[in-house]
Every structure is written in C-alpha cells, then in structure tokens.
Design a protein around this ligand. Structure first.
Ligand SMILES: O=C(COP(=O)(O)O)[C@H](O)[C@H](O)COP(=O)(O)O
Ligand SMILES: [Mg+2]
Length: 487
C-alpha cells in the first residue's frame, strides 16, 4: 500500500455542493500530529471489496465526527478544521488480508465533559453501520488527561474497599448464587449464609436476578442481609453480598439501592445492560452513599468477542473506569468464558494501573494516564474452581475478586464445604508464594499438601481437579503492529 499524502481540497472548491470523498474533505491528514488533549481512537477497518482503505478510514473519521455524505456549506459557520476528526495513520493488520488499523484524532471540544453517553454517541454512534465497510471494530482509545479529569472514576476504589472490608494481602473470594433463577428468598438466603460462613468474603446475585415472581427484590434483600449479619457474627469477619439493583427505571434502581443501604449492605450491583448514563448515575449514588458498586458485564460478548466487528472489552474497561464502578468482570483466562491470556492481562492493567504504558503484546495501543482516578477491582468469574488457584494467582494477581459459583455451590459436601475448599486453597497458595516457593509450578503439590488436613479441599480437587475449558480463543492478539505504511 502506498503512502497517500493529504488530499484535502483547499479554497472555495472545498465547499462546492455535491459529494466529495472523505479524504478530500479533510478527514485524512497524514501529517497531523495529535495534541496531548486529543481523544485518539484506533479502529480495525475492513473495507468492502474495492473500497480504498484510506478512504474507508477517512470516512470513519468523518462519520464519527462532523461529516455527512455530501458537502454542506454550513461547515463554514464553524471552526471546521478543528472539529473534523483526522485520520492520521493507517496500517495493514499484519497477517490478515483486507483489515487495517486506522488511528483517528478528535479534538477535546467535540465531547461533553464527564459523559460516556456523549463520547460513545460520536465514536460508536452511526459509523458501525456505514455501508462501504464490511466490518469495524474499536480496538482501543487514548483518553487525554484533561478529559479523564472530568470523570468521577470508581466510587470507592481498591484501597478503600480493602480498608472497609479489612482484608489485605490476598485476592477476595466470592460466589454467584446458583441456580441462576428460581430460588425462593429463604432458600437463597441459606445459600448466601453457607457460602459466607464457609469462608468466602462475598456472595453475589446473578446478572438476571432482579424481581421475579419466584422472589421479589425486597424478599431477596431481607434474607440476604440476614445471612450476611449471621455469617459476620459466626466468623468475626466482614462479609458482603452484591445485591443486584438492576431494574426497569432509574427510580426503581435508586429505591432498591436505598433499601440495600438501609439494611446495612456495603455493596450493590448493576448490570452493563442498564446503559452508560444509568451506570454513571449509580456511580455517583455509590460515592454519595459510601457503597461499593459492582458491575456485571452482562451483554458485552454480543459486541466484544469477534475480532473484526464491535468494541474491544479493553475499551469498555476504560469507559467503566471513567464512569465510576468499583468492580468489573474482566475474565478468568482458565474458566468457561472467552479469555485469551495476553488480551485479558491488558484488561486487568487498565483496571489497576495508575498509568498504562503502550503494550502491544497485551493489546494496549496507547499510553494512558489515569489522573489518580481510583483503581477498579477486576472480577474473575465463570467456571473456575479451587484446583486452578495457582494459575489464577499467577495470571490475575492479588487485587482481584475470584468468584466461584458452581465451584462453591456444586461441592459434593455442600456449600459451606465448597467455600472452605476455596478459602484454604487460596490461603495455602498465598502462604507458599510469600514463603518464596515456586507456587506456579508447584501449585498442584501445594494444593495436595493443604488437602491432607482439609477434607473439603480434597473433595473439591477430586471432583474438579481435572476440569479445564480448552477451546480456541476468538479474540486473540494476532498482531504486533508494524510501523505505519500510510501516514
Ligand atoms: O454466573 C457467572 C459465573 O458462574 P460460575 O462461577 O458458576 O461459572 C457469571 O455471570 C459469569 O462468570 C460472567 O462472566 P464474566 O465474568 O466473564 O463476565
Ligand atoms: Mg452469571
């Protein structure tokens, strides 16, 4: 592919009525140097057959900022050179035919401060349906410091969460109550009590538990908080249960969250499907009310999982850190759901670092400052069990919630035994790590040693020790971008 110089039409020809290619309208500017205050997006563009990649990329810049399909004279009433997004670099995706990484810079004034809805209405607004493109994926974004500063960020943050829970030096342990649907409030509360008493720090509602005929929300909240209080009394530890306040309206969500607070809960939960504005509203509520806010990423795989089309989860993670949730499901690598190790590592870094350096090997395309926004606790959940503890600690680190739903509740000796197995496995692994042992390679031995004096752990290893989910990932990093060939 040849380098194409700027083709922006200058002078009065630029505003002559009619259709003009996007690259001629000023949306392809290979000499443009992004400003520190620009928002930058990297898209994976798959043009239709016969469509020039530079023109396709310029069109993405145009349609996600100021352009329409034809020249409009009203551009001249604005500072159009400033407001036009500029595609300044296009690289072929190495090893993949017909796909290109397009880098686009947006002036900060195009965005309302502190609004994910406004940001996304531009960046992923119309452009994903644009006919000359076969597919489009938002791979990553660089959010400038000046913009990051306009967001609240995580309501509580990892440091304060640990202080409130009085738990340090190890991952937190949780479990999703199963079955997902159908339990009555009283039976549900029993699961919560058993799991917390057995050694977990948290239990949680599943993404689709709201207020159904078999258990209305108040019933669930009452039984769950009774279970938390009893488990705290029995163990002397602080416990929590993520009460899912997801509902049809903001008013309903506030009502549920207020009730959770009234009952003494330290945490509430929402689902990603409630939408960006609702998430930001709940984050502000959580900050005002000293609550931890857990986000389940329900629905994300509909647009994050396919490499060629949609939005990478690393971008969703960035948006959610800005939006202000405290927990986010970010993948397990070894569990039942999609999670390439290198890609997942990138997500975890986005949640937990104060500054993300560009790390192409983890899919992170840009340096990203976080301006001291609180850190976001990643949550690993989905088909994990005690036999993987060494791998989980190695892959995911210490600031993470490990959630074993089936891997607690499905234990042959019952829920409390399942929780104990997980707690003992975790503490044995942390102890081995802190004692300087090679816990990754010796992991199975360390677990077997611990299981000698812990029957629940032995039973868990007997049942699940060999369970793995080995499938090809659909969202692997297939590239280390080479220097630009067009820009
Ligand atoms: O119910 C579960 C896990 O249950 P279990 O522990 O029984 O498998 C969660 O909804 C998923 O993990 C979400 O996935 P993700 O965390 O990837 O968003
Ligand atoms: Mg679930």
């Amino acid at each position: 592919m040849n380098v194409q110089p700027s083709q922006t039409v200058k002078g009065k020809d630029r505003y002559k009525s009619g259709v003009m290619e996007y690259r001629k309208m000023g949306y392809w500017e290979p000499d443009y140097e992004p400003k520190d205050t620009d928002v930058i997006a990297c898209f994976r563009v798959t043009p239709q057959d016969g469509v020039d990649p530079i023109e396709a990329s310029a069109a993405v810049a145009g349609e996600s900022s100021t352009a329409t399909w034809t020249v409009v004279w009203t551009d001249r009433l604005t500072a159009t050179e400033k407001y036009r997004a500029k595609c300044y670099r296009v690289d072929p995706v190495p090893g993949t035919e017909g796909q290109y990484f397009a880098y686009i810079a947006y002036d900060l004034d195009l965005f309302e401060p502190g609004s994910i809805s406004n940001l996304t209405a531009s960046i992923i607004g119309n452009v994903f349906g644009f006919k000359p493109l076969k597919a489009l994926r938002l791979e990553d974004m660089r959010l400038p410091l000046a913009y990051v500063k306009t967001f609240q960020g995580p309501a509580t943050g990892i440091v304060v969460e640990r202080e409130r829970l009085d738990k340090f030096g190890r991952p937190l342990l949780g479990a999703t109550v199963k079955p997902k649907l159908g339990l009555s409030g009283r039976n549900y509360g029993r699961v919560v009590y058993e799991a917390l008493k057995g050694g977990l720090d948290f239990t949680k509602d599943d993404e689709n538990i709201n207020s159904q005929p078999f258990m209305h929300w108040r019933e669930r909240f009452l039984y769950c908080m009774e279970a938390v209080a009893k488990a705290e009394a029995a163990t002397g530890e602080i416990k929590g249960t993520y009460l899912n306040v997801t509902a049809a309206t903001m008013e309903d969500m506030y009502e549920r969250a207020e009730f959770a607070k009234e009952l003494g809960s330290c945490i509430v939960m929402i689902d990603l499907v409630i939408g960006y504005t609702a998430i930001q509203s709940m984050a502000k509520w959580a900050r005002r009310n000293d609550m931890i806010l857990h986000l389940h990423r329900a629905g994300h795989s509909t647009y994050t999982r396919q490499k060629a089309h949609g939005v990478s989860f690393r971008v969703i993670a960035k948006w959610m850190r800005l939006a202000g949730v405290d927990h986010i499901h970010a993948g397990t690598v070894v569990g039942k759901l999609e999670g390439d190790p290198a890609t997942t590592r990138g997500y975890y870094d986005i949640c937990r670092e104060d500054f993300n350096p560009m790390r192409l090997e983890h899919g992170v395309f840009f340096d990203q400052p976080w301006a001291s926004l609180n850190k976001l606790m990643p949550v690993a959940s989905g088909g994990i069990h005690a036999g993987q503890m060494h791998q989980l600690l190695d892959l995911l680190g210490e600031d993470v919630v490990l959630q074993f739903g089936g891997g607690t509740i499905g234990h042959p000796a019952g829920i409390a035994a399942g929780a104990t197995a997980n707690r003992v496995a975790l503490e044995a692994m942390i102890f081995a790590r802190n004692a300087g042992r090679d816990y990754v390679n010796e992991g199975p031995t360390i677990l077997a040693e611990a299981a000698r004096s812990c029957t629940p752990l032995r039973q868990a290893l007997d049942v699940w020790g060999d369970v793995t989910f080995n499938y090809a990932s659909t969202d692997q990093l297939d590239f280390v971008p080479t220097p630009s060939v067009a820009g």
